[in-house]
Structure formats: C-alpha cells, structure tokens
Design a protein around this ligand. Structure first.
Ligand code: PLP
Length: 386
C-alpha cells in the first residue's frame, strides 16, 4: 500500500518545478499548465514578487496565532472588504472551511435573532467541499456515499430555476448557497438574471445569500468576484483557491449585521490568516492590480473562447463551449479523459469537470502566445480523436 492515502486518481505524472505557466516533470519534460493547481496558481509558478514576499515573511515570522493581532491579516481583511463591499473577514485554510464558516455564521445570525431559520438551500451539481457540512451542501451524490449520518438542514434545487427555489423556501430556510459558476460540477453558469432573482427573494424574506466563489473569485472570471457581473452583492462570500496563489488560505466575508454574530469564542482556526498566508494573498492582490491581470483575463479569455468556438464548428464532438474569463469548459459528446491524456502527451495540462467536460484554467497572467499554443495542441488532440 502506498504511504500516501489513495484519495486521488492521480495522473501518471510527477511535477517538480514551475516557471510562469510552464511546469516540468521529474524526467525533465515541459508542459503548459492550464490546470494551475485547480485554479490556485493565480500568478503562475515562481512569480518573482511571490518568491520575494514569502522569503521575506519566512525570515520575519511565519506564524504567531490569532491570540495576537496580525498586521498582514488586518491589511488583507481591509483590502478584501474594500474590494467586495462587505464589512468583515474571517480567515481559514481552505474552501471547505470557508463554506463551513459561512454555514455556521448564517445559523448563528438567525439564532441571535431568536429565529428558527437554520436550513441551507444549495444547487444540484454544486460543489462546496469535503467536510461533513459542505459535502452535505454539495449537490452531487458521489461525494456523500459512505459518510452517513450526514448533518440535517440541507436542501437542493436545480440551478437557474427560480420557481423551484421559491417552492423550496420555508420558515426553516436560513440561507441560499450558490456558486456564480459551478466549476467542479461541469462549468455551469448561474444566469445573472437568476442571481438577481435570488438576491430579491433573499431581500424580501430576510434570508442570507451566500456565494461560494472559492473557484470563481480573485479575478478568475474577469472581475475580482464573479458576482459583480450580475450587479448584486452576497451577504456572505467565500474565497480560497486563487486567493493565496498556491499558499493555503481561505476567507469568509460578511456584511456588517451578519458578521456581528461571530464574537469571541464562536469560531476559530489555528492557522487561519497567519502572517505567511496573508503575505501570499496580499501579493496576489497587488500583482493582479500592478500587472492589470483582470484586463488580461478578459482578453485572453476571449481569445481562448473564440479559438474553442472555432474548433467546435470543425469538430462535432465538441457539443458546447462555455465559461467566463479563464474558467472555460468544453462539453464533449464522449468521455473527456482520453483527450485529457492525449493533451498531456502533447505537453498541455488540462482537467475535467465531470465525465464529459474538459476544463481550462490557465494562470491569470497567461500570454497571448501561450493561449495560441494551447489552441494548436487542442486542435491536434481533436484531430486525433476524430
Ligand atoms: C474547490 C472548491 C471548494 C473546496 O475547496 P477546498 O479548498 O478543496 O476545501 C469549495 N467550493 C468550490 C466552489 C470549489 O471549487
């Protein structure tokens, strides 16, 4: 038995080094990385600003506990609240933990109001993480098998069906939890009109809207947060993946009235928001600004989308191309896995989102030439699969 537990069906590849959007395996082969550690390596690999910031922080202090004030955490919270329009941030270490914090905060908020509202409604095909709470919120049966008893208080409705949601809401409902774009579930876009409808429903009934932007946040979809495109704001926002650019950090942000329900002793995390992870996140946000990466995401996203749509007209196996910014999925009429393996053999790393969707997640600083290179490789892959 392997010393590492067998929880992942791993690619037959060992990556040892990266530079920008390129990574190298242990045999010295080079690959163009359109996985980015699953939307984590926001700035690509070994960005000099990141290396510098992390080295400096390591030479100063890695960790000291939330028993103390942490200047970099304060700075990061101020930056994220100003970017999101929310009031206050809680830091943890992963997406699942950020969503767990959001669910706890939503329940505590209604508890404090002496309201019985406790239930969370989320979407089918959603993905919210692997903790008992968040896998129960996840709208995919495959992550739940074998883990019962699951915690009560979670309901699922189909995405983009406002009347189904209205029908599911009752006196127990505390919050609606949605991804603006479902990443793991197949690159499924929540219709902006649907999101506005959900926002109005929450406003009318006094429910909380939690948006899980663990995958879509931090510029991935062409705006700092994907919710901006719908012209709404959630009551609670969760972030992780791209926030630390490769250093583990998660964040849960909330509006003022909601955030007030987390007082001393209500929630915590030993590692959450430590000086190292906050330095990483501050660097990611600085570089996004300095290098105008949102603009790059939009331009490169358009280029990639256009190239894939052109391929779709040539190769009937491509059923649909969809996504936003640099979170793009190509739905195939067959299995994605053989094509992903062929792309890898040709020096391009891509991943799936469900069995039939090829998902593309290059770093936000991907260049025009690198997108062209990926399109050439994908064309060869499609040619070969015909
Ligand atoms: C990846 C992901 C999570 C879980 O994040 P972890 O860091 O793996 O716990 C939650 N929600 C969404 C939308 C994700 O993409």
């Amino acid at each position: 038995m392997n010393a590492v537990m067998n929880t992942y069906a791993r690619f037959p590849l060992t990556l040892v080094r990266g530079q920008g959007a390129r990574v190298w395996d242990d045999a010295g082969n080079c690959y163009l990385d359109f996985i980015s550690g699953i939307a984590v390596d926001t700035l690509g690999h070994a960005h000099p600003k990141m290396t510098e910031a992390l080295s400096a922080q390591a030479a100063t202090m890695l960790h000291c506990s939330n028993l103390f004030h942490i200047p970099k955490q304060q700075q990061l919270a101020e930056k994220l609240t100003s970017l999101s329009g929310l009031a206050s941030a809680f830091f943890c270490n992963s997406g699942a933990e950020a969503n767990e914090a959001a669910i706890k905060l939503a329940r505590k908020y209604f508890y404090d109001q002496e309201s019985g509202r406790r239930t969370v409604i989320s979407a089918t095909k959603s993905f919210h993480g692997r903790l008992l709470s968040t896998l129960t919120a996840t709208g995919q049966d495959k992550v739940k098998i074998g883990f019962d008893p699951l915690p009560p208080g979670f309901i699922h409705v189909p995405l983009n069906d406002l009347s189904a949601l209205e029908g599911a809401v009752n006196q127990q409902t505390a919050a609606i939890l949605l991804e603006p774009l479902q990443g793991e579930g197949g690159v499924n876009i929540a219709d902006p009109a649907y999101l506005r409808g959900v926002r109005s429903l929450c406003d009318d009934l006094g429910l909380l809207l939690i948006l899980d932007e663990v995958q879509t946040g931090i510029g991935r979809c062409g705006t700092m947060f994907a919710f901006e495109a719908a012209g709404i704001r959630p009551d609670i926002l969760t972030l992780a993946k791209g926030l630390g650019g490769g250093v583990p950090i998660g964040a849960m942000l909330a509006g003022e009235h909601v955030a007030a329900s987390f007082g001393p002793g209500t929630h915590g995390s030993t590692f959450g928001g430590n000086p190292l992870s906050c330095s990483a996140a501050l660097t990611v946000l600085d570089v996004i600004e300095e290098e105008s990466l949102l603009e790059n995401v939009n331009k490169r996203g358009e280029q990639l989308m256009k190239g894939l749509k052109a391929m779709q007209s040539r190769f009937p196996m491509i059923q649909e191309v969809r996504g936003k910014g640099l979170l793009i999925g190509a739905e195939l009429s067959g299995e994605a896995a053989p094509l992903i393996a062929d792309a890898r053999a040709r020096g391009l790393l891509v991943l799936s989102a469900g069995p039939n969707v090829v998902r593309l997640l290059p770093p936000l600083n991907i260049t025009e030439e690198e997108i062209d290179e990926a399109l050439v490789t994908l064309t060869a892959v499609m040619e070969n699969a015909k």
